[in-house]
Ligand binder design. Structure first.
Ligand code: SF4
Length: 648
């Protein structure tokens, strides 16, 4: 298997070199390769903003192959939020444009003295001055790139938030698709790297077996076409999930004080209402025909008339229900502002929700937040606070640190209300969805449902789908949201499947994570054979992904000191029962959670006391070289996200 080309960019010296990625074949591509590079080259004593930290961008084995979902671009770094491993991906057309420019991976190290961007075009790579767009928003910067290089370019760009080292600054792809969590934008900002612009058009990909790939793709198209749920995704984007969430109490309401929203709110956020009132058109990522991205027109405020991409289901949960705002126009504007300033909207919404709850309880006063009144439902001051965070103005400077660090700056009482995992602000709902919540809690990047959380718990299954799900998971509780039994197995299944997708450059929306009849390990193994000629069984693929996960765990132990207690959710989720609605009374059970965690560690061959892989497990996964690292005491204290000053 030809693993392609790594471009290495030293931003301190401006020197660029190229090398083959073949020695990383074991990891298939995408985040697998990038995480091994990070592990080898970044040392535990380096802070995320140390010039020695790496910012790595990776395409996957399926990039450019015209497979549905194959437009994802991945990134890996040491996270400013957790000081542990950070991985993420986003859609759009950047990945194929980078590949067609002749590059499969880019590894940035060092720090430029002046703002620069990397321009890639048909085998050429140049570092160019970004002086003219320093301090500009993402939208202004993309306008500038298009004027200078043509409208065909695609970019990964940071806004003022990244330049100002807002810890949860994101990287925005072409104005509205984001690699959101973990603070990638802040790492780019710390390196004075404003953007990467890809303009590839001459390169091509050559499938190992064109006929085999075509047959496989025909099968995938037919499986998407024949499924009613994909029709909903195509019709409404991820907004299609809103009615189902209403029925299962899947909304954080008033910062999770309830998970049940009022009927009038549910009606206002009905997908038909939203689409009829705000939507202008839809778009798809490169190589995909699902088209799940909505573009909306802002109808009021300073930007009335502007058409913006984004505002998916998350926007309703983040800026609508969580803040008790019944106004989709506000959700669109807040989402656009986050994307344009370059900040993860999930983290911004968690901070705003936490502030509103603490304000309501009298734990934070108007004087502490620059004289602002901030009850639930407050729209104007919320928008103002988003801008203050992006520019680190006033109290925005504290809020830019994320809820874990910001709460520590206010008072111990406020810490109880901030919801995060491993220092990363938590968007996911845990109490009525045990498996989904468990997947988010144990996620190595800190609070994230895309690396193992199952969504099948709240899905509807027909008989044939039930049988298929049982064959895959080998447990019966896949559709029982409140059961603890069997959830460790299902999370383990999706940990390997989602990592395989991320290593291949595929969107999990076309996998059986989204719909049980869609791509599973065997399908992914077939795609690898036909596209890049890698002969691998489904079981071998699963094993390699388990090795990838163990490498992440060792990285987290060495760099952040994470142990078992960092896989435990916040105390309030074990204490506060959901007060109303379909999930009334739901609360996490401490003993059952611990038993589930024990079982999960046993399945992985990890130590149940520390939550880290055992030497025997690392040996069996072919990771013997990691064993000495694990044998040393962690080089930072536990909960490094709070004590990071010790490792600067
Ligand atoms: S399913 Fe949606 S998000 Fe995924 S690649 Fe296709 S258009 Fe993009």
């Amino acid at each position: 298997m030809d693993m392609g080309t790594i471009l290495r960019v030293n931003l301190t010296t401006g020197k660029m070199t190229r090398e083959s990625a073949d020695r990383y074949e074991k990891w298939i591509g995408g985040i697998g390769v990038a995480q091994q590079i990070l592990y080898d080259e970044v040392k535990p004593w380096m802070s995320p903003f140390d010039p020695g930290n790496r910012f790595i961008v990776a395409t996957g084995a399926m990039t450019g192959m015209l497979c549905p979902g194959s437009g994802r671009i991945a990134a890996v770094t040491k996270s400013p939020m957790t000081t542990g491993i950070a991985s993420g991906n986003a859609g759009g057309v950047f990945a194929p444009k980078m590949k067609y420019a002749g590059f499969d991976y880019i590894v940035f190290e060092g720090r430029s003295r002046k703002p620069v961007y990397l321009y890639l075009r048909n085998g050429e790579a140049k570092l160019l001055s970004a002086d003219e767009i320093s301090g500009k928003t993402v939208g202004e910067s993309v306008d500038w790139f298009e004027e200078k290089h043509g409208r065909q370019v695609s970019s990964m760009c940071i806004g003022p938030a990244g330049e100002n080292l807002v810890r949860y600054a994101c990287v925005t792809i072409d104005r509205f698709r984001v690699i959101g969590k973990c603070g990638f934008g802040a790492v780019m900002g710390s390196k004075n790297l404003k953007a990467i612009v890809a303009d590839g058009s001459e390169g091509s990909v050559k499938p190992a077996d064109l006929y085999g790939l075509k047959k496989k793709l025909d099968d995938i198209y037919a499986r998407i076409d024949s499924n009613a749920n994909y029709k909903h995704l195509m019709d409404y984007g991820t907004l299609c999930h809103i009615p189902g969430k209403y029925l299962t109490a899947g909304f954080s309401f008033r910062h999770g004080q309830d998970l049940n929203i009022p009927k009038e709110m549910a009606e206002a956020y009905d997908p038909d209402n939203i689409v009829g009132t705000y939507r202008v058109h839809q778009s798809s990522c490169g190589g995909c025909f699902v088209g799940c991205q909505n573009h909306h027109r802002m109808l009021s405020g300073d930007n009335a008339g502007k058409v913006v991409g984004g505002a998916p289901f998350n926007s309703v949960l983040n800026f609508g229900t969580k803040l008790d705002v019944t106004n989709y126009g506000f959700c669109v504007e807040a989402t656009w502002l986050c994307n344009d300033l370059g900040m993860d909207m999930d983290a911004v919404a968690e901070i705003l929700g936490w502030l509103m709850e603490c304000y309501e309880k009298g734990l934070i006063t108007a004087e502490q937040i620059n004289g602002m009144d901030l009850p639930f439902g407050e729209e104007k001051n919320s928008l103002e606070l988003i801008k203050m965070i992006g520019y680190r103005k006033g109290v925005g400077d504290i809020l830019a640190e994320g809820v874990a660090r910001a709460a520590a700056s206010f008072s111990r009482e406020t810490e109880y209300y901030g919801i995060h995992m491993k220092g990363n602000d938590l968007y996911e709902i845990l109490r009525p969805l045990i498996g989904y919540g468990f997947g988010a809690a144990v996620s190595t990047r800190g609070g994230s449902h895309v690396l193992g959380s199952p969504v099948c718990e709240s899905s509807k299954f027909n008989e044939a789908e039930r049988e298929m799900a049982f064959r895959k998971f080998k447990v019966k509780t896949f559709n029982d949201p409140l059961a603890y039994d069997g959830k460790a197995e299902i999370v383990t299944y999706y940990e390997s499947l989602t990592r395989a997708c991320s290593s291949m450059g595929l969107c999990i929306f076309v996998s059986d994570w989204q719909q049980i009849h869609m791509l599973d390990h065997q399908d992914l193994a077939d795609l690898l054979k036909y596209s890049v000629g890698l002969e691998i069984t489904a079981e071998e693929l699963r094993e390699r992904m388990m090795a990838e996960l163990s490498l992440e765990k060792v990285f987290n132990y060495c760099h952040a000191g994470f142990t078992r207690e960092d896989d435990m959710p916040k105390e309030r989720l074990f204490k506060e029962k959901v007060p109303s609605g379909p999930a009334k009374g739901a609360v996490l059970d401490y003993d059952k959670w611990n038993a589930m965690l024990d079982h999960y560690y046993e399945i992985h061959g990890w130590d149940t006391e520390t939550g880290t892989p055992t030497p025997e497990t690392l040996h069996s996964l072919g990771l013997d070289n990691l064993i000495p690292d694990l044998m040393q005491p962690a080089q930072v204290p536990g909960h490094a996200f709070i004590h990071e000053d010790l490792v600067k």
